[in-house]
Design a protein. Structure first.
Length: 385
């Protein structure tokens, strides 16, 4: 919390990066120490959805929008059962929220879940460093305030490359989704049965599938392909999730066995895993895509979508189709990021398979890409006829 531009609440805290940079500030949320890959998010609203997105497991999130906490948190705007971000970094934190939906302050919410936050530092300088140098490991601490010591700790943190975070966020057992879409009623008589692999699935994906007329069974990430086919769903969904897709070898092998058997729709990590299962390659982005304002072009129609995104890896375009190495034959590049030209979507020319790198369910973010859920419904309809 600030007054006249000066922080007024919290213990002294320090953020240190592995490259030697250190940023003093004040803490909010829990006290202690938390480390992970430091990434920045450019969304202006939706911090509660961001914090509860399982794709942020193993990461510390910097918000580029300066004032955070002013509308508090509530019981509805969550994307999973708990927050998954390892720490939260903001310019100005407001501890006295003003919103009719608020049930508690952001600081109280983070404290409940043991998450350390820091505010009062120069987030513009921090984000510029991450853009110039790339995402890197960092630590937030209220215990170690010596920059040199905290930097050394940050250097020893495990990297995101090669890390399988899926096993730490997937559901322990299969379950049928019973929620609904806020403000709308779910279909009373589901038209399709969907098996959704939980690599770190967001609630709004499940809401969107249910609202479109699906009975969704959410599966642990390690569920064998044989068990999925035995259940005979109309379609298979591959969810978002954290970490390096190349490290999730069990998922890649499972997807490979499912290709051609049922319609498949993948989002984010699911998109990357699908590409790997078909022979393409992935690579680590310099600072990733995290925000609710990323322009994407549908290369087949020329239309532009403003999309919500959260990923640190991407599919190598040289390994799709007949261009370049052409490792993944039959895959067509369908969507392109207009900021950096990376792959944002693909589909198979013969099989009922498609995927996107971004989040058509948004939450937070624009709704430009919700038509993709209808595309999945049409594939299942064709498969059932």
């Amino acid at each position: 919390m600030t007054r006249n531009g000066k922080p007024t609440l919290g213990l002294p805290a320090l953020l240190a990066l592995e490259d030697g940079a250190a940023y003093p500030g004040l803490h909010f949320g829990d006290e202690g120490e938390s480390g992970g890959e430091v990434v920045f998010n450019t969304a202006m609203t939706g911090y509660q959805e961001i914090l509860t997105d399982p794709s942020y497991k193993g990461q510390l999130v910097v918000m580029t929008y300066p004032e955070i906490g002013n509308y508090g948190v509530n019981t509805e705007d969550v994307e999973s059962a708990r927050p998954h971000a390892g720490g939260f970094i903001v310019k100005e934190y407001w501890d006295a929220p003003s919103n009719f939906r608020s049930t508690q302050s952001l600081g109280a919410y983070l404290r409940r879940w043991g998450i350390v936050g820091i505010y009062g530092l120069d987030t513009r300088a921090l984000v510029r460093r991450l853009r110039d140098c790339g995402s890197m490991q960092g630590l937030i601490s209220t215990r170690t305030l010596d920059p040199r010591k905290l930097v050394e700790k940050a250097k020893s943190l495990p990297k995101m490359v090669g890390a399988d975070w899926v096993k730490s966020v997937t559901c322990p057992d299969a379950y049928v989704w019973k929620g609904n879409l806020s403000g709308a009623s779910p279909a009373s008589s589901p038209r399709f049965r969907v098996a959704a692999f939980d690599y770190g699935i967001k609630f709004n994906i499940l809401r969107m599938l249910a609202h479109a007329g699906c009975e969704v069974t959410v599966l642990p990430a390690t569920t064998p392909a044989e068990a999925v086919l035995e259940a005979n769903p109309h379609g298979i969904f591959l969810s978002n999730g954290p970490g390096d897709p190349q490290a999730v070898t069990y998922a890649i092998e499972n997807i490979r066995k499912l290709l051609g058997k049922k319609p498949i729709f993948g989002i984010c990590l699911g998109h990357q895993l699908l590409a790997l299962a078909m022979g393409a390659r992935t690579f680590k982005l310099k600072f990733g895509h995290h925000g609710a304002n990323h322009p994407v072009m549908d290369m087949e129609t020329g239309k532009i979508e403003i999309t919500s995104q959260n990923h640190g890896f991407a599919v190598d375009p040289a390994t799709i189709g007949d261009g370049g190495a052409g490792l993944a034959k039959g895959l067509k590049w369908t969507h392109k990021n207009l900021n950096d030209g990376t792959v944002e979507g693909m589909r198979h020319l013969e099989l009922p398979v498609f995927s996107v790198q971004y989040h058509p369910e948004a939450s937070p973010g624009p709704h430009d890409a919700r038509y993709l859920f209808d595309r999945f419904m049409n594939l299942m309809k064709d498969g059932a006829s």
